[in-house]
Ligand binder design. Structure first.
Ligand SMILES: [Zn+2]
Length: 154
């Protein structure tokens, strides 16, 4: 594990194993620190690893280079529910291909640039930019809704 790079990356629950630098991009190989996960259905803690699939997610750029994180998507087995459960990482939304901070960053750029400009700058397809934008907007609306529900309860 690379302590300096892990500190620099500043994401919870993961460590940088290695780093590869290319002309226009950098990729970090990450390791998940937790040995197991809590079952979202019954809260049982399990360490029974069923399978690991490597995934790549986009993160915020550094020094003008695109950043990609290579990490394991781990599936555990819960004996109580007799179900396979996929681990959720707190810095990536469910089934997204980007870190939350990357998506938030793209979303905030819409105040200064149009979708085509962001697409060119980030080397993302126009549809990908729209998809990120919609994802964050829906998330905000949901959070706003939950917040106003709480206010009603108070
Ligand atoms: Zn369970």
């Amino acid at each position: 594990m690379n302590v300096g790079l892990t500190h620099l990356l500043n994401l919870p629950g993961v460590a940088v194993e290695s780093c590869n630098s290319f002309q226009d991009s950098v990729s970090f190989q990450l390791r998940v620190l937790a040995k197991g996960t809590c079952c979202p259905h019954c809260r049982n803690y399990t360490q029974e690893l069923h399978q690991i699939r490597p995934i790549v997610v986009r993160d915020l750029p550094v020094y003008g280079k695109e950043v990609y994180l290579k990490l394991p998507r781990r599936q555990f087995y819960c004996r109580v529910c007799q179900r396979y459960i996929t681990e959720r990482l707190q810095f990536i939304d469910w089934r997204r291909k980007y870190t939350q901070r990357y998506e938030e960053n793209i979303y905030s750029q819409i105040n200064h640039f149009n979708i085509e400009q962001i697409s060119r700058q980030q080397h993302l397809g126009v549809e990908q930019v729209k998809n990120i934008f919609n994802h964050i907007r829906q998330k905000r609306q949901k959070q706003h809704l939950e917040l106003s529900k709480k206010e009603v309860l108070l």
